[in-house]
Design a protein around this ligand. Structure first.
Ligand SMILES: [Zn+2]
Length: 53
């Protein structure tokens, strides 16, 4: 899991692997899409630091 600052609810949210809806690899690295606790679709990765648990 990792911490993501949501652009919709403006909070630092703890994101679990079970919340991920998509993973793709870009030139910059791995990018994941997921639904925040607030219901907003968010994207993380490609420059963000992901700490896997
Ligand atoms: Zn949110």
């Amino acid at each position: 899991m990792f911490v993501h600052h949501c652009s919709a609810c403006a909070k630092d949210q703890l994101i679990f692997p079970s919340m991920l809806s998509g993973v793709r690899t870009t030139d910059l690295g791995t990018e994941v899409t997921f639904e925040c606790w607030c219901g907003s679709l968010q994207v993380a990765g490609a420059g963000h630091v992901l700490a896997t648990a």
